[in-house]
Design a protein around this ligand. Structure first.
Ligand SMILES: Nc1ncnc2c1ncn2[C@@H]1O[C@H](COP(=O)(O)OP(=O)(O)OP(=O)(O)O)[C@@H](O)[C@H]1O
Ligand SMILES: [Mg+2]
Length: 343
C-alpha cells in the first residue's frame, strides 16, 4: 500500500496539490490524468522522492522500492548499451561480490562465531539474488531491450551514440529490469513505435508491482490501467476503469453539474421575480424578506466549463469519447467512486 496523507505542494502562488489524501494497493494500475501543468509530473516525482511535498506525508512499506521514468531523456555516455542497462542492478552486483567473499570465508573457516555469522549472511545474500532473479539478469535485459526495439547489433554500441528519444527507451529498459515495487511512468510511450508500445502493454500487464502511468495515448491507458486518477485544481478524484470509462463518467458528472446549475439558476430567478413583484406590498413583507435572505445566502455556482481534455487521441483507434473537462464541484464529485479525500 502506498498512501498520500494530507499532501500539499505549491510553486510560488500556484497550488499544485491542496491537502490531498489518496492510497493505492501493491498491485494497482492507475492512469494519472489532468491538463498540461496540472501537476502530474510533480506528483510522480514526490512519490519517487525526487521532490518533497510542502506538508503531509507519503508512506509505503519499509523495504519497498519506487522507480520513476522521467518525462525528459537522461544524459548517458561511456558505456555500451547492454552494460548501461545492467548497471541499474549495481547493488545486485555488489551483493554477488559479497556472496563470493563469503564463500571464500566459509571455505577457510568451518566453525566458530564468524563462520556462523557468514553462513547466515550468505543465506540472505543468496535469497535476495534469487528473489530479484539476478542470475537471469542478462537474459532479461536483452529481452526487454529487444522488446523496446533494439537489435542484437545495438547491444555493444556506446549509449552516447543514441538520440534523446532512444535514450528514453534505455531509461525505460533499465527501470523495467530493476522492477521496483511502485513503478511511476511519465509519458512512457512518447518515443516508442507501435510495436514497442504493444510489447510494453503486454509487459506491464504481467508486471508484479503497482503502476502509475501518465500518458496521452488513450489506447495505452485503456490497456494498462484499471482505474483513473484525475488531478485538477489541486485535487485528486479517482474513477474506476481505464481512460475510456473515465471519460464517460466524467461526462456524466459534467451533465449532473450542468443540470444542478440550471436548477439553481431557475430557483434564483424565481425568488428574484417574487421579490421584485411584491416588494411594495406590506402583506407580503415577511415573505419578501425571507426570499431576500435566501438569495443572500445562496452562493451561485459557476457554470461548469467544458474544456479540451488530454490525452489526445493516439494513432491507434479506440472507442473515442468526446473530451469535456468539467469544473469539479464538490457536490458532483460524490458521483465518482472515490477512495480519495480532498481538502
Ligand atoms: N521546479 C519547479 N519550479 C517552479 N514551478 C514548477 C516546477 N516544477 C513544476 N512547476 C510548475 O508546476 C506546474 C505543474 O507542473 P507539472 O510539470 O507537474 O505539470 P504536468 O501535469 O506534469 O504537466 P504536463 O502535462 O505538461 O507534463 C506547472 O505550472 C509548472 O510550470
Ligand atoms: Mg508532466
Amino acid at each position: 500500500m502506498l498512501t498520500l496523507d494530507d499532501i500539499s505542494k505549491s510553486f510560488g502562488a500556484r497550488r499544485i496539490l491542496d491537502r490531498v489524501s489518496w492510497s493505492m494497493d501493491d498491485a494497482a494500475r492507475v492512469g494519472l490524468v489532468g491538463l498540461n501543468g496540472a501537476g502530474k509530473t510533480t506528483l510522480l516525482r514526490m512519490v519517487a522522492e525526487e521532490t518533497a511535498p510542502d506538508s503531509g506525508r507519503i508512506a509505503r512499506p519499509q523495504k519497498s522500492r519506487v522507480g520513476y521514468l522521467a518525462q525528459d531523456a537522461p544524459e548517458m555516455g561511456g558505456r555500451r548499451l547492454l552494460a548501461e542497462t545492467l548497471s541499474v542492478l549495481e547493488r545486485m552486483h555488489e551483493l554477488e561480490r559479497r556472496g563470493r567473499e563469503l564463500e571464500d570465508l566459509l571455505a577457510r573457516e568451518h566453525s566458530g562465531p564468524s563462520h556462523d555469522a557468514a553462513l547466515a549472511e550468505y543465506g540472505e545474500v543468496l535469497h535476495e539474488l534469487e528473489r530479484r532473479d539476478f542470475y537471469s539478469a542478462e537474459a532479461r535485459a536483452k529481452a526487454v531491450l529487444f522488446g523496446l526495439g533494439f537489435k542484437e547489433d545495438d547491444l555493444e554500441r556506446d549509449v552516447k551514440e543514441f538520440s534523446g528519444g532512444i535514450r528514453m527507451r534505455i531509461a525505460l529498459a533499465k527501470l523495467l529490469l530493476d522492477a521496483p515495487d511502485f513503478l511511476m511512468l511519465d509519458e512512457p510511450t512518447n518515443h516508442l513505435d507501435i510495436e514497442a508500445r504493444n510489447w510494453l502493454e503486454d509487459y506491464l500487464g504481467a508486471y508484479q508491482g503497482a503502476i502509475i502511468v501518465v500518458s496521452h495515448d488513450r489506447y495505452f491507458l485503456d490497456r494498462v490501467t484499471d482505474r483513473t486518477l484525475e488531478l485538477a485544481r489541486g485535487h485528486l478524484t479517482e474513477y474506476p476503469g481505464g481512460y475510456s470509462r473515465y471519460l464517460v463518467q466524467r461526462d456524466e458528472r459534467y451533465a449532473i453539474e450542468i443540470a444542478a446549475y440550471a436548477n439553481q439558476r431557475a430557483e434564483i430567478e424565481h425568488m428574484e421575480a417574487f421579490v421584485s413583484r411584491f416588494r411594495y406590498q406590506a402583506s407580503k413583507a415577511r415573505l419578501v424578506q425571507s426570499r431576500k435572505s435566501s438569495l443572500k445566502k445562496s452562493t451561485a455556482w459557476n457554470l461548469p466549463r467544458a474544456r479540451k481534455s488530454r490525452p489526445r487521441s493516439s494513432s491507434r483507434s479506440v472507442s473515442a469519447a468526446r473530451g469535456a473537462w468539467p469544473n469539479s464541484s464538490t457536490r458532483a464529485r460524490s458521483t465518482a467512486r472515490s477512495r480519495c479525500t480532498t481538502g
